[in-house]
Design a protein around this ligand. Structure first.
Ligand code: ADP
Ligand code: ADP
Length: 228
C-alpha cells in the first residue's frame, strides 16, 4: 500500500484565476524520500500545504497511511512538517517545543514523553539545548530542533519546505548530511520541496518536477536528468 496517494489534486486561488496545482497524481511508497523541484510559483509549496492540511484542495483526494485526509480538518493526518523559517514557539524551551507535538498526538505518560524527547535530542546532538529558548539558538541549531520536533513524533510522513534555504553554505551541507542520515537510519517517508536541482537530485529516491502546477516528470534522479 502506498504511504501517500495523491489523486487528481487541484488547487485554484481567487476563484480559478490562479491554478496553483493542476491534476496532480502521485503515489509514494513507505520509506521513500521524494523531492519536489521546479521554478518559483510552480506549485511546490501549495502541494505541500495541502498534504499538511494547511490548504483546502479545490478537488481531488489525498490519502496518507491509508487514511483519507483530503479535508483540512481530517483528524487522522499523521504528518510532521519542517519549515524554512523553523516555526518554533518563541516562548517555549527546546524541550517544550519538542514535547508539544507529542502531547497533542499521543496518549503517553509524562515520563515516556520526556524519555522520547531526550533520546531524540541526543540523536540530533541538541541535548545540551533543551532548556534554551529559540532566540538563544543559531540558525543551524534552530533547524536541528525543528527536525528533532518532527522526528520525535514518528509521523507516517515528513513534509520538508525548503528546510536548508535559510542556512549558509557550510551549514547547508551539514544539515543535508543530517537529513540523509535520518533517511538511512530511520527509513523515513518524506516529501521534500526545494528550488535547488542539485539538492533534489542528491537527496531524492525519486524526483518530481513541477511546472506551472503540472507534474512534468517523475522518476529516479539519474533517469529524470538523462531524459530532460
Ligand atoms: P512555489 O512554492 O513553487 O513557489 P506556490 O505553491 O507558492 O509555488 O504558488 C503557486 C502559484 O499559486 C503561484 O502562482 C502563486 O502566486 C499562487 N499562490 C500561492 N498562494 C496563493 C494565495 N494564497 N493566493 C493566491 N495565489 C496564491
Ligand atoms: P515560496 O516561494 O517559498 O513558495 P512564497 O513567498 O511564494 O513562498 O509564499 C509565501 C506565502 O504567501 C505562502 O503562504 C503562499 O500561500 C502565499 N502566497 C504566495 N503567492 C501569493 C499570492 N499571489 N497571493 C496571496 N498569497 C500568496
Amino acid at each position: 500500500m502506498a504511504q501517500v496517494r495523491i489523486e487528481s489534486l487541484r488547487k485554484e486561488y481567487d476563484v480559478g484565476t490562479v491554478v496553483a496545482v493542476d491534476d496532480l497524481n502521485l503515489e509514494i511508497e513507505d520509506g521513500e524520500f521524494v523531492t519536489v523541484v521546479g521554478p518559483s510559483g510552480c506549485g511546490k509549496t501549495t502541494t505541500l500545504r495541502m498534504l499538511a492540511g494547511l490548504e483546502e484542495p479545490t478537488s481531488g483526494t489525498i490519502a496518507i497511511g491509508g487514511e483519507d485526509v483530503t479535508d483540512v480538518h481530517a483528524k487522522n493526518r499523521d504528518v510532521a512538517m519542517v519549515f524554512q523559517n523553523y516555526a518554533l514557539y518563541p516562548h517555549k524551551t527546546v524541550f517544550e517545543n519538542m514535547a508539544f507535538g507529542l502531547r497533542m498526538s499521543t496518549d503517553m505518560s509524562a515520563e515516556e514523553r520526556e524519555q522520547q524527547v531526550v533520546e531524540t535530542a541526543e540523536m540530533m546532538d541538541i541535548e545540551g539545548l533543551l532548556e534554551d529558548k529559540p532566540d538563544q539558538l543559531s540558525g543551524g541549531q534552530k533547524q536541528r530542533v525543528a527536525l528533532g520536533r518532527a522526528i520525535v513524533r514518528e509521523p507516517d510522513v515528513f513534509l520538508f519546505d525548503e528546510p536548508l534555504s535559510n542556512l549558509d553554505a557550510k551549514l547547508r551541507t551539514t544539515m543535508r548530511a543530517e537529513i540523509q542520515r535520518l533517511q538511512n537510519e530511520l527509513g523515513i517517508t518524506a516529501v521534500y520541496v526545494t528550488h535547488d536541482q542539485h539538492e533534489a537530485m542528491t537527496m531524492g529516491d525519486r524526483i518530481v518536477i513541477l511546472d506551472g502546477g503540472e507534474l512534468q516528470q517523475v522518476g529516479k534522479p539519474t533517469h529524470v536528468y538523462e531524459n530532460p
